[in-house]
Design a protein around this ligand. Structure first.
Ligand SMILES: Cc1cc2nc3c(=O)[nH]c(=O)nc-3n(C[C@H](O)[C@H](O)[C@H](O)COP(=O)(O)OP(=O)(O)OC[C@H]3O[C@@H](n4cnc5c(N)ncnc54)[C@H](O)[C@@H]3O)c2cc1C
Length: 597
């Protein structure tokens, strides 16, 4: 045991481990990428059984958005620019709200990392075979990937957990998971308010204090649970702020983390901003009307029925074309919303839960009696919203009580998009839903899981790189040996050449027009900092997958490269890369080029 201090708890804490708080998707991806970099990690979560999956991530039901890397699913209509436009449109509520510079930076990183993210998932977790793609609100094309066999969040999580479990079993001196352990504060170097964070204070099993030292990454998810706090922050009264929270949120709430960050000098941002879905199911016996939604049902359900309030007024018409946000806002104005469905034909899979938490009636009269609404009034509503040819007066009617339900908080901890460090606590990093302002005003469904993957990998790379630099300063040979591949930002298993070999750029010049033609299997060229490189022989070794490089062929990849690597990386990639020359009229500026350039 090392780096820890606790009363009578037997836990193995790997030395020099990066501490990840939260075992949702963002925490697990971060851990896996730390492993690929050769680093050590410990994942801490307050949940009882991390290996069964935890956090909101387990509930993600639609999919992960991202550019498709499998040719079978590739839609020629789509490209990075489209994706970027869609993200920005949603972030700015289709031009109604200005998008902050930080959000624009985040979205840039998100779209640039999207090819790599999907490719990374399918390469490192080969059982993740995406076989379903849907078009979600705000997307101009279908690009949210899922599985026919079940909910995407759970499937992705379980696959990553399987791999991490195996790693921990094989190398328990490098990796560990600590369940039932809640982070309650940071450890400061000299217990001084302005001092550097050097670890975390936790409570294990609800009673035993533990202190663990190391670099800290917060992956603590959304703060949705704290309804009262959110209401206060949003300045809204309860009547106009009638939202619920998905059952996922209480267990994954990081509202306490926000307090910890706040009192340690970290900044928070956009806390009143969240994403809701209209169809949170509320039990009829929830007499106080403030319970959590039992389950979030698909949005499409609401469109196949109609919604009335407790006075019997029509709130959402049948087959409404309104978007989720408009529907949520309308529903939020009422104490009770009743969704009335005539047929469950298209929702066989929900029949059990609808019948369990709702009621069924033989006709309108019975329903109106149950809801205490005049039968003539209910009939008028039905006539307004359902064409007479479609309404079966003798058919069964089902009613469930629904509330708009928050599934994702868009505000949170304010950090620097360049290195994901907390503004005000610069040596602590953040990833996942707890980052505030990443998606702006609204996000395309699927982008949250994507951001967990893109930023999880990024934050792991940044932290590993920082640790290596510190270790080198300490001249700790053993640690240097174990972590020698960290600065590669790549898996040691790829067998990259770790020797630094500066290279010369030939004087041959190529026009942009000529370079742009090299995007076929015969030859793939890219431009990196005005250097023209043939990557044809390198494709299969690209850690982000072949497809991401193929799609960039013929173009300048400098921006994407800069996000994930420093310039020396290019010299470590071995023989697959062929340096051809330079862009016509431009000066190459890769830092590894000799001084005579
Ligand atoms: C019903 C539902 C459907 C959704 N569908 C989609 C979808 O289809 N696509 C999509 O992209 N997104 C979807 N989302 C959103 C998405 O699932 C989440 O935004 C994302 O999974 C968050 O991942 P995370 O790792 O940041 O946090 P989480 O998965 O919530 O994990 C955070 C973890 O941190 C732990 N934690 C918090 N505080 C502490 C502490 N103090 N000490 C120790 N541990 C702590 C929690 O216990 C939790 O396990 C959905 C969300 C919900 C609720």
């Amino acid at each position: 045991m090392s780096n820890s201090d606790m009363d009578s708890v037997e836990v193995n804490i790997p030395s020099d481990a990066i501490i990840i708080i939260g075992a949702g998707l963002s925490g697990l991806i971060t851990a896996h990428q730390i492993h690929l970099n050769g680093g050590n990690f410990i994942i801490i979560d307050k949940n009882e059984n991390i290996l069964n999956g935890c956090g909101s991530s387990m509930f993600a039901s639609t999919g992960i958005s991202g550019m498709k890397t499998d040719d079978n699913y590739y839609d020629d209509e789509d490209n990075l620019q489209n994706f970027h436009n869609d993200l920005i449109q949603m972030a700015g509520d289709f031009g109604n709200i200005s998008v902050s510079k930080d959000t624009l930076n985040y979205l840039n990183i998100l779209k640039d990392g999207s090819y790599d993210a999907i490719s990374y998932l399918t390469t490192h977790f080969p059982n993740l075979k995406f076989d379903k793609v849907v078009k979600t609100q705000g997307s101009s094309v279908a690009r949210t990937l899922g599985f026919k066999s079940g909910p995407p969040g759970m499937i992705i999580m379980m696959e990553i957990i399987r791999k991490l479990k195996q790693l921990i079993e094989e190398e328990c001196d490098k990796y560990a998971i600590l369940n039932n352990t809640e982070m309650i504060d940071f450890i400061k170097k000299d217990d001084d308010d302005d001092d550097e964070v050097i670890g975390v204070k936790c409570i294990r099993d609800g009673k035993t204090p533990i202190s663990i030292k190391g670099d800290v990454i917060l992956a603590t998810g959304g703060y949705g649970f704290d309804l009262q706090k959110l209401k206060k922050l949003n300045g809204s009264s309860s009547s106009s702020f009638n939202f619920n929270y998905a059952t996922a949120c209480p267990s994954s709430s990081s509202s306490k983390i926000l307090d910890i960050v706040d009192r340690n000098g970290g900044q928070l941002t956009e806390l009143g901003n969240f994403q809701a879905t209209p169809c949170g199911l509320v039990p009829f016996d929830d007499i106080h009307n403030d319970g959590f939604s039992v389950k979030v049902l698909p949005d499409t359900l609401i469109k196949s029925g109609f919604v009335i309030n407790q006075q019997g007024n029509l709130i959402i018409e049948s087959e409404t074309k309104s978007n989720n946000q408009t529907i949520c806002n309308k529903l939020a104005m009422n104490e009770n919303n009743y969704l009335i469905l005539q047929s469950l034909e298209n929702f066989k899979f929900l029949e059990k839960i609808i019948l369990k938490h709702g009621f069924s009636f033989n006709n309108l009269k019975e329903l109106s009696k149950f809801l205490n609404i005049e039968p003539s009034k209910l009939l008028r509503v039905v006539k307004t919203t359902i064409p007479s040819t479609k309404f079966n007066h003798n058919g069964k009617l089902h009613v469930i009580k629904i509330k708009p339900t928050i599934i994702m908080t868009l505000g949170g901890i304010k950090c620097n998009p360049k290195d994901m460090s907390i503004i005000g606590i610069p040596n602590v990093h953040v990833v996942g839903e707890c980052i505030g302002g990443l998606h702006g005003h609204q996000m395309i469904v699927g982008s949250s899981l994507l951001s967990c993957v893109v930023f999880g990998r990024l934050v792991a790379n940044i932290t590993c790189s920082k640790i290596l630099k510190n270790l080198l300063k300490r001249r700790n040979n053993t640690a240097q040996q174990r972590l020698k591949s960290i600065n590669n930002h790549l898996s040691p298993s790829y067998g990259y050449n770790s020797n630094y070999t500066p290279f010369k750029v030939p004087d041959t010049e190529f026009s942009l027009n000529e370079i742009s033609k090299h995007k076929t299997p015969e030859s793939y060229w890219i431009i990196l900092k005005n250097v023209v490189i043939d990557v044809t022989q390198f494709l299969s070794r690209h850690p982000g997958g072949m497809q991401s490089l193929i799609r960039s062929a013929g173009t300048d990849v400098t921006d994407g490269f800069d996000i994930f690597h420093d310039d020396s990386m290019i010299t470590k990639l071995g023989n697959g890369l062929k340096v051809l020359g330079r862009v016509k009229g431009c000066i190459p500026y890769l830092e590894v080029i000799g001084n005579d350039e």
